[in-house]
Write a protein that binds this ligand. Structure first.
Ligand code: GDD
Ligand code: MN
Length: 364
């Protein structure tokens, strides 16, 4: 008998979830019974050997597949890659730690199969749903983020932050090329990118306690969330990375003036020395901040950090020369001095951004 294709691909992003996988798959199988499902585990080279564990499980049950990603981190991009490998009619995304109840998968699947919806969200905020044991602070933050994201998507969804949902593969395919794959809010990304005709419904569930291991979403989440929102709102016109870069650049100007004032005005150091030090410190500041914020998820570390810093000094140096060149040229050709200065600054920001993306962080 030919191997039967799956009707439902369950994409499970993992980072250090080795201990949770066997129980998760056991519960999925128990909940889905007669449905032809497959699990696609997308692991970002977890140090605890989650990928090995997943491959081991394949040998016992060929419905469990593993995508082992190297040199990359990111919840959204992991989910997207997992969904892209599926050829099944329906997709689901869920966490590996059993905070998402596998029996809800069944409800979601039935709704999609009966064509009652195109995208079904496991929701903590519709009646019957609950966040379980969250403290007031996490609840308030989550609520605020949901409100903000409704502004970006213009869709009345109660739980846009949910990491638990199911959809027709066609819906995903239609919007896959528009996804930002930034950060960890994959559902928000899909809702903001999909056609208006996509019918969205929510089913309640209670966010459970983690079975084992710990949450990975503690650092940088607020920033990544803002980046995604900005990308959904203005990303069509300007790359959001550029906005972040320019924003950090403007903070760098503040740092520059702080150092300059301290040395020149307070410390009475010579102007040239003060200005040079301020420049060096501002570039160091910009590099460090861009490394953890603009390039969160691919931050340079160790020796690569120093190599990156060197290239960044070089690039910004050339940027500064170009800045002075362009603005002086405009100035002597009768451009108002402030406009000439702004043009020079704009030109060096674009240069610094584009070239450092390529040579410092090696993205483009
Ligand atoms: N491949 C991959 N790469 N997987 C990741 C990464 C990553 O960089 N970071 C986290 N994961 C996996 C985890 O292993 C887990 O299976 C799932 O993604 C969710 O991560 P958790 O660390 O358990 O997140 P959480 O419980 O704090 O947050 C959950 O609830 C949020 C709602 O408040 C997630 O479902 C979020 O998506 C959701 O927004
Ligand atoms: Mn979790």
């Amino acid at each position: 008998m030919a191997f039967q294709p799956a009707d439902l691909s369950i994409v499970i992003p993992t980072f250090n979830e080795r201990g949770n996988l066997p129980e998760l798959i056991r519960r999925i199988d128990a909940a889905l019974g007669d449905i032809r499902w497959e699990a696609i585990i997308v692991d970002d080279d977890s140090p605890d050997g989650t990928a090995d564990q997943a491959r081991q499980m394949y040998l016992e049950d060929a419905r469990v597949r593993c995508i082992h990603r190297l040199g990359r981190r990111g919840l959204s991009s992991a989910c997207i890659e997992g969904m892209l490998t599926s050829s099944a009619r329906f997709l689901a995304v869920m966490d590996a730690d059993l905070q998402h109840d596998p029996s809800v998968l069944r409800t979601m699947y039935d709704m999609l199969a009966a064509d009652e919806a195109d995208l079904v969200i496991g929701s903590r905020y519709t009646s019957g749903g609950s966040v379980g044991q969250w403290d007031g602070r996490r609840l308030a933050i989550s609520r605020l983020a949901t409100r903000l994201s409704n502004l970006a998507t213009k869709r009345p969804v109660a739980d846009t932050m949910s990491g638990f949902f199911s959809l027709k593969r066609q819906v995903f395919e239609d919007c896959a090329k528009n996804l930002s794959s930034l950060g960890f809010k994959i559902l928000l990304d899909i809702i903001a990118s999909c056609k208006e005709s996509v019918r969205i419904r929510e089913v309640p569930y209670t966010f459970g306690a983690r079975l084992s291991g710990e949450s990975k979403l503690s650092t940088n989440v607020a920033w990544e969330f803002l980046l995604l929102l900005a990308d959904k709102m203005v990303g069509k016109y300007l790359p959001v990375r550029f906005l972040a870069f320019a924003f950090i650049g403007s903070l760098g100007v503040g740092v520059h003036f702080l150092v300059l004032t301290l040395m020149f005005k307070v410390g009475k150091a010579p102007f040239a020395v003060s200005q040079a030090t301020a420049t060096a410190v501002a570039i160091l500041f910009n590099f460090s901040l861009n490394n953890v914020l603009t390039y969160a998820g691919q931050s340079l570390k160790g020796a690569a950090w120093f190599r990156g810093l060197l290239t960044f000094y070089l690039i910004c140096g050339i940027g500064a020369v170009a800045n002075v060149g362009v603005s002086s040229y405009l100035f002597v050709h009768d451009t108002y001095w402030a406009i000439a200065a702004l043009a020079g600054i704009l030109m060096s920001v674009v240069w610094n951004y584009a070239v450092s993306a390529r040579y410092t962080w090696k993205t483009a």
